[in-house]
Design a protein around this ligand. Structure first.
Ligand code: PLP
Length: 361
């Protein structure tokens, strides 16, 4: 791998972040990019000022969707240290997604180096209020100008940074979910376990229709029978019964979430009965009716933990925990946020600390 290059513009004034950051509206000054060609492999790795990409209208990813991405976060601790949550796991998943849609692998160690350098250079952009963070978005796309259907020969990889606000502007509030059985998001052996734009395109209409009916998001059922729980919006789902916590097993149509995996680990360490198995919507409804269901929640990098307060399935309206977050959802949310900002010990070694000194320019 070539050496990482820097073309950094000195800041003329201090970074001033707006009060309401929202999600993904604001970007930092610099980004990372590199290219791939069959002759050179990945080449030209550089951190430089954010600029528009020059894209040929024939670029293959625009036509056929050959693209993948990741989403992870950096945080600032109370004493000003900079942390990134499980970057190695996200980079490994990027390579797994790459394999499924014929994108060449990246060197994981090098990409971690580039990512931590970028975050270090842009560390003034990391917001510090509770729940705020710097969202990190790596993307790879097929760049050949060609209209035939085949894997591209050339690729672009970039990492874009966006300071983001707390996901819940009015606090940690449960969401209202519609169980979706008119559309499916993904099927086993399809692209469901791959973090690729196609899965998001497949989800838009269902989410739009659910919003129009007053729901926050949809709960996706399996693509074949519309019987088993898969994901909630773009999050993994957990179901809390009185004597067991269940999350759907990774069947091939579910995105293997890093937050999901972290939550499973924490629950195991608490000595709780956590299983990864098939769970049908009927099982959820039955448990609701016989009083053995406590609550449901989603997990993902953006919201971390998203409690579900209400669920609607074929006209059955269910309310969990009086529309309040369950004790467990609240505990998990606090614990993960405390690990992000090192308020508690990082006993799992999930945090990568980044040098918080700006590079000499
Ligand atoms: C990214 C993503 C998730 C959550 O994964 P994390 O690694 O926890 O952020 C869940 N479902 C889908 C469809 C996703 O794209």
């Amino acid at each position: 791998m070539e050496k990482l290059q820097y073309d950094i513009k000195k800041r003329t004034h201090k970074v001033e972040l707006p009060k309401e950051l929202g999600f993904g509206k604001l970007f930092t000054d610099h980004f990372f990019e590199m290219d791939y060609s069959p002759e050179k492999g990945w080449y030209n790795p550089i951190i430089k000022h954010v600029e528009n990409l020059s894209i040929h209208p024939g670029s293959m990813f625009i036509h056929y969707g050959q693209a993948i991405f990741e989403g992870l976060k950096a945080f600032k601790t109370e004493d000003g240290r900079v942390t990134i949550f499980r970057p190695q796991a996200h980079i490994k998943r990027l390579n797994n997604s790459a394999k499924r849609i014929c994108i060449p692998k990246v060197d994981e160690e090098f990409l971690l180096h580039a990512l931590t350098e970028l975050v270090s250079i842009e560390s003034d952009w990391i917001p510090t209020d509770p729940g705020e963070s710097l969202y990190i978005r790596p993307v790879i796309y097929g760049a050949d100008p060609f209209l035939g259907v085949k894997p591209s020969s050339n690729y672009k990889l970039f990492i874009l940074l966006s300071p983001v606000g707390a996901y819940y502007t009015e606090g940690f509030k449960p969401v209202k979910i519609l169980v979706q059985d008119d559309y499916v998001r993904a099927v086993r052996k399809g692209l469901g376990e791959c973090k690729t734009p196609a899965n998001y395109a497949a989800s838009l209409l269902a989410a739009k229709e659910a919003k129009e009916k007053g729901f926050t998001q949809v709960l996706w059922l399996d693509g074949i029978e519309q019987k088993y729980l898969e994901e909630v919006g773009t999050m993994n789902i957990f179901v809390e019964f009185k004597d067991e916590i269940v999350t759907p097993e990774l069947s091939g149509s579910i995105l293997p979430g890093v937050t999901r995996r972290s939550v499973i680990q924490i629950l195991k360490d608490k000595g709780l009965n956590i299983s990864e198995r098939l769970i049908s919507i009927e099982e959820v409804v039955d448990a609701y009716n016989n009083g053995s269901l406590v609550s449901l929640f989603g997990t993902g990098t953006a919201a971390v933990i998203s409690p579900i307060g209400w669920l609607s399935y074929k006209g059955t309206e269910m309310t969990f925990n009086n529309g309040q977050p369950s004790k467990l959802a609240q505990e998990l949310f606090t614990e993960l946020n405390s690990i992000h900002t090192l308020k508690i010990e990082d006993k799992y070694d999930w945090i990568v600390e980044v040098n918080n000194e700006e590079i000499e320019v």
